[in-house]
Design a binder for this molecule. Structure first.
Ligand code: HDD
Length: 762
């Protein structure tokens, strides 16, 4: 505590920025060092098209799939062999000297098998280790050839094959999907001019402004180094210690504490390229651009209590949702939207578009839809595709270019570098999932696991022995946008320095913009998330520093969090630069999670129809069929597998049990019409099922005869207390079959947040 308290704030922060035209002084070495520091104390605190690509692929299909056929293995009807193709006669016994004797070194079959097994794992990604992938296509829907010559935008209707990987950031490969975290949204476009990787997140800003700080922010959020806890969680001291000393992280942290960090599905979250990039047209003219992926089903998230419980009930919740949606034909779909602006416009704004902690509000540069992304095929093999796919920000194609965002510039080094270790050498571009559709011709040779058999004696350029081939593409090739950097600089500014521009020093204006744009429900959830995370923090001085930081965002939020943590309101942290007086935009409704409710479809929504003996089979199956027709996933949920007897004397199958598929795995529930509720009301698991549906604000259909179950769950009383609850459909039994449209509408709304109280009523 004393150690932490001795550093009340990051006093060196202002030294990083060129403020008021003055160059920063070189930063001092150590921050204030407490006298009583005990150094020994614990600090817990490639060929040609016909050979490579096979026959021409249909639009949007990956032509690499043709030649992949020779890599695919189906063993049906085949005998077991060694890796050398030798048929294996006995796969049960190793070769030994006598029945009870030692195993012989001669047993090459055993040795090969065990050796291969011993090396089956590769290092997991240092961040974004936990991920799920899918194949699909990008379709250009608007002519933007005046802005870019990038291949995917060549023509309206053109389809480019893609592979997408969604991920969490902090957790290990086997960690749960529904933890509070940023989600990766990485898209690999296989264009005929090379691969373009748009490696984004579901949050449009980042924690830090300079790649120099990336190892620090990742070390801080990962499990603490001495005891390797906690897994996949930012709710611990080291993360908040770092954040509270890094005010530029405040904007991102608000997004992270919002429900954006606990999405309902990869299908219901946005994606962002984060950085400002450039679009470049055929004349070489550049336009600044931000990329947005917008889900057709709207943006929807989980409730925190629900997310925590799902992590236990189904740690693969998002992976399964993505897989099942694609298998079921409910192909996830997103719009590609862009914001474009000129250098001159950007120059006038109060924030710097090279600062990844800032957005460009839609009020300043509206979204324009230019294409759509459709995910329509699951990988054949998780390891070969999802695990071995290598996204790299520096993978761009003619028509796209970088900007000088210092975070992006650092990323452009990091991604290729990390693949060298993770995928075992410089030939990872030859792994089928990474191989471009475009032909590869160069003099880069050899290295571990080289697949290409480059022919001829020439492996250098210029050459005459191979007629000068491969020759440089010249004007057809990639060209970096020419920039006159030094001419834009102030005369006093050194040409080589370590510092950030003045506008980067504004740390709170956009955090305030985000907060001001949130609805009361979202604000309550953000405050609750701060309470949870900071309650888990053990060091009081870190909690306090965070509350001091929050005062620079919103006094109400700070006061609420302070009260929740049982502490008096501390002084606000000092600011590196005064807040922007009249920011261009004070509130932007587009920043609310509720701004994109979706197109009303309920594709892939899981709906429980609770059943027990005595249920009205006619009403239940009418509801079931209507939900199925709407693209949802209805399930008859009962106490035990088998069947229940309906009121009509027929049978209904119980598809899953409450125990195997608890409440949190469903988006909505209908209590049994006709009969059966009394039996369920005596089953504690069924009662809890209904309680949690209610607590998590999910649509609930309550037929009159199911009153005993609703009452046992306390739902009726709570319902009476709230006047308007659009998610609660209480109706006579004979109205259940006809209530499907209203129920579907409630499901499309996602949650009836109006119902939520603190603490929860049920
Ligand atoms: Fe990163 C993986 C997104 C900053 C270094 N990053 C990675 C992935 C995503 C992002 C989606 C997973 C790709 C996949 O599915 O395989 N990263 C971002 C975004 C950032 C960002 C949106 C900020 C705007 N990243 C960032 C910085 C650095 C890195 C500043 C380093 C200087 N990121 C990496 C990495 C990873 C990675 C260590 C781990 C595995 C990999 O690259 O292939 O190189």
């Amino acid at each position: 505590e004393a150690l932490v308290a001795a550093i009340p704030e990051n006093v060196n922060k202002s030294a990083e920025y060129a403020l008021r035209g003055k160059m920063p002084q070189p930063p001092q070495g150590a921050t204030a060092k407490p006298e009583n520091l005990d150094a020994t104390a614990s600090t817990i605190t490639e060929s040609n098209e016909s050979e490579k690509n096979g026959a021409k692929a249909a639009p949007g299909e990956n032509p690499n799939q043709g030649p992949l056929q020779k890599h695919r293995v189906d063993s049906l009807g085949r005998a077991l062999t060694t890796n050398q193709g030798v048929p294996v006669g006995d796969n049960q016994n190793s070769l030994r000297a006598g029945l009870r004797g030692p195993t012989l070194l001669e047993d090459f079959i055993l040795r090969e098998k065990i050796t291969h097994f011993d090396h089956e794992r590769i290092p997991e990604r240092v961040v974004h280790a936990r991920g799920s992938g899918a194949h699909g296509y990008f379709e250009c829907t608007e002519d933007i050839t005046s802005l870019t010559k990038a291949a995917p935008f060549a023509k309206v209707g053109k389809r480019t094959p893609v592979f997408v990987r969604f991920s969490t950031v902090a957790g290990e490969r086997g960690s749960a999907d529904t933890v509070r975290d940023v989600r990766g949204f990485a898209v690999k476009f296989y264009t005929e001019e090379g691969n373009w990787d748009l490696v984004g997140n579901n949050i449009p800003v980042f924690f830090i402004q300079d790649a120099m700080k990336f190892p620090d922010v990742v070390h801080a959020v990962k499990p603490e180094p001495h005891h390797q806890m906690p897994q996949a969680s930012s709710a611990h001291d080291t993360f908040w210690d770092f954040i509270s000393l890094m005010p530029e992280s405040m904007h991102m942290v608000l997004w992270q504490m919002s429900d954006r960090a606990i999405p309902r599905s990869f299908r219901t979250m946005q994606g962002f390229g984060v950085h400002t990039f450039r679009l470049v047209n055929a004349a070489g003219e550049a336009t600044l651009v931000k990329f947005h992926w917008t889900p057709m089903l709207g943006t929807h998230s989980l409730d925190w209590d629900e997310a925590v419980k799902i992590a236990g009930a189904d740690p693969d919740f998002h992976r399964r949702d993505l897989w099942e949606a694609i298998e079921g034909g409910a192909f996830p779909e997103y719009l590609l939207q862009i914001q474009t602006f000129t250098e001159a416009e950007a120059e006038r704004w109060s924030f710097d578009v090279l600062d990844a902690t800032k957005i460009v509000p839609e009020e300043l540069a509206p979204l324009r839809t230019v294409g759509r992304l459709v995910l329509n095929r699951n990988p054949d093999n998780f390891f070969a595709e999802t695990e071995q796919v290598a996204f790299c920000t520096q993978h761009i194609v003619p028509g796209i270019d970088f900007t000088n965002d210092p975070l992006l510039q650092g990323r452009n080094f990091s991604y290729l570098d990390t693949q060298l270790t993770r995928l075992g050498g410089p030939n990872f571009h030859e792994i089928p999932i990474n191989a471009p559709v475009a032909e590869v011709h160069n003099n880069q040779r050899d290295g571990f696991h080289r697949q290409a058999i480059n022919r001829g004696r020439v492996n250098y350029e210029p050459n005459s022995l191979a007629g000068g081939c491969p020759f440089q593409a010249g004007a057809r090739g990639f060209a970096t946008v020419a920039e006159r950097l030094l001419a834009q600089q102030a005369a006093t500014e050194p040409s080589k320095l370590r510092a950030k521009p003045e506008k980067f020093a504004d740390h709170y204006t956009q955090a305030r913009l985000f907060w001001a744009s949130q609805t009361p429900v979202e604000r309550a959830h953000i405050a609750r998330a701060f309470r949870f995370e900071l309650t888990r923090v053990q060091t009081q001085a870190i909690r306090e520093r965070m509350v001091r930081m929050l005062r620079n965002v919103d006094e109400g939020l700070a006061a609420r969090v302070a009260a929740d943590l049982g502490m008096p309101l501390p002084e606000p942290l000092s600011m590196v630069a005064p807040p922007i007086k009249n920011p261009e935009v004070a509130a932007s409704p587009a920043l609310s999670l509720f701004a994109r409710p979706g197109d009303g479809r309920i594709l892939g929504r899981r709906v429980a129809l609770l059943v027990a003996d005595g249920v009205s089979g006619a009403a239940a199956s009418a509801l079931y069929d209507a939900l199925l027709l709407a693209g949802a996933v209805p399930r008859y949920v009962g106490a035990r597998l088998g069947v229940v007897r309906t009121a009509e004397g027929d049978e209904l199958p119980v598809e899953v049990t409450i125990e195997a598929a608890p409440s949190v795995l469903f988006d909505a529930a209908a209590l049994p019409p006709g009969g059966g509720a009394a039996a369920l009301a005596r089953d504690g698991l069924a009662v809890e099922f209904v309680q949690l549906q209610y607590r998590h604000c999910k649509p609930l259909l309550v037929p009159a005869s199911a009153a005993p179950l609703a009452e046992a769950a306390g739902v009726r009383a709570a319902a009476a207390a709230s006047d308007a609850d659009p998610g609660l459909l209480v109706l006579p039994d004979d109205a259940v079959a006809g209530a499907a449209p209203a129920f579907i509408k409630a499901i499309a709304m996602h949650r009836a947040w109006q119902r939520q109280t603190e603490p929860p009523a049920v």
